[in-house]
Design a protein. Structure first.
Length: 355
């Protein structure tokens, strides 16, 4: 592997990593990016050239939206030929959404785009920000003997782990191991040395260019089933004329209450062109709607299996597909396929599809 001549673009959007404490209120608030550089003198020891792109106004991750994702795609696209990799500093709350969205919007990505941040501001004594930042930059700069990136996909790096971005979920608000991929192995472990799990890393077509996509359709809704869910409330949500897709967080392996009104509403929605994707409320495992009758009735109503997708990936994938295609059948077909490594389709899944 090599990193001597490589350049990395560090994109600072905001987040805890670049925050300081307001001396009057005691609350955390964004600081100028120069604060971040002053607190990480270790950056000068990285064997790569680091350029910095700073958002004029740092964005709290709670305020991230599709316009921010389009802006990030634009920045990466405009600088794609100049840099070996990209590191995005981002707040943790919506980092998995951003990573998932970028994985679809950067088609045939051949370079690493690594999102990272921290649980503690980088100026605090026990911060996790320094290691996350320095390691992310080093990983983004690494190439093989042919000059190809070792991790050519959108990733999240946190607490010694490189995770596929569209498989990651924030699992902890307080500990340093904030993220994990519960249905997919880690791409790399960063200990004393880097241990790459190459057979789990996407292999793009390096002979083809990266194709950026800037448009998303945000008319998507996520809602969870729960005991006592009421028809009048659900109907108000599903009947919205702008609605294009629903991420339905069901029980267990994809089960729902055997309420005739719920199945009727979902069937009506799918018939008018709304794609309903079934995602389990469990953090690990997959949807198999053919396992129990309570799941099969959803399938019979036109609900699509989300397999082992995260909510973040299913939501942003629907946004991406509804912006790209007008053909509802094409959208539903692609929701059942992995287009950026976001779902696993095993023999079990395929046999379920054929039922």
């Amino acid at each position: 592997m090599s990193q001597k001549e490589n350049k990395v673009l560090l994109i600072y959007t905001g987040g805890t990593i670049g925050m300081g404490r307001n001396p009057f209120t005691g609350a955390l608030e964004p600081l100028d990016f120069n604060h971040l550089r002053d607190n990480v003198p270790e950056m000068k020891y990285i064997k790569a050239t680091i350029d910095i792109y700073q958002f004029e106004q740092p964005i709290d991750s709670s305020d991230i939206d599709p316009t921010t994702w389009a802006r990030l795609v634009k920045i990466i696209n405009e600088n794609y030929q100049t840099y070996a990799g990209f590191v995005i500093l981002h707040g943790t709350d919506t980092m998995a959404y951003t990573a998932s969205a970028l994985s679809f919007m950067l088609e045939n990505l051949t370079k690493p785009v690594i999102l990272t941040g921290s649980q503690l501001p980088i100026g605090q004594l026990r911060t996790d920000g320094k290691e996350n930042l320095v390691t992310s930059i080093e990983l983004a700069s690494l190439t093989d003997d042919r000059g190809r990136a070792l991790i050519p996909e959108v990733c999240i790096y946190f607490s010694g782990k490189v995770l596929r971005g569209n498989r990651a979920t924030k699992q902890n608000a307080d500990e340093f191991n904030a993220f994990d991929t519960f249905n997919y192995p880690h791409l790399c472990e960063a200990g004393v040395n880097f241990t790459f799990h190459s057979h789990h890393i996407l292999t793009p077509d390096f002979s083809k260019p990266m194709t950026p996509h800037f448009d998303l359709n945000p008319n998507i809704m996520v809602f969870s089933l729960f005991p006592g869910i009421q028809e009048n409330v659900v109907r108000q949500l599903i009947d919205a004329p702008e609605l294009k897709g629903i991420v339905l967080r069901s029980y267990g392996s994809g089960n729902a209450p055997q309420q005739p009104w719920l199945i009727r509403l979902l069937r009506e929605a799918t018939k008018r062109g709304v794609s309903v994707v079934n995602i389990s409320q469990c953090i690990s495992g997959r949807v198999e709607m053919g396992r129990y009758n309570t799941g099969y009735q959803l399938k019979d109503a036109g609900v699509i299996s989300g397999y082992d997708s995260t909510v973040e990936a299913a939501t942003t994938k629907l946004m991406y597909l509804y912006a790209k295609y007008d053909d509802i059948n094409m959208i539903r077909k692609l929701m059942n396929e992995s287009i950026a490594g976001e779902i696993s389709k095993t023999v079990e899944y395929l046999s379920e599809d054929l039922q």
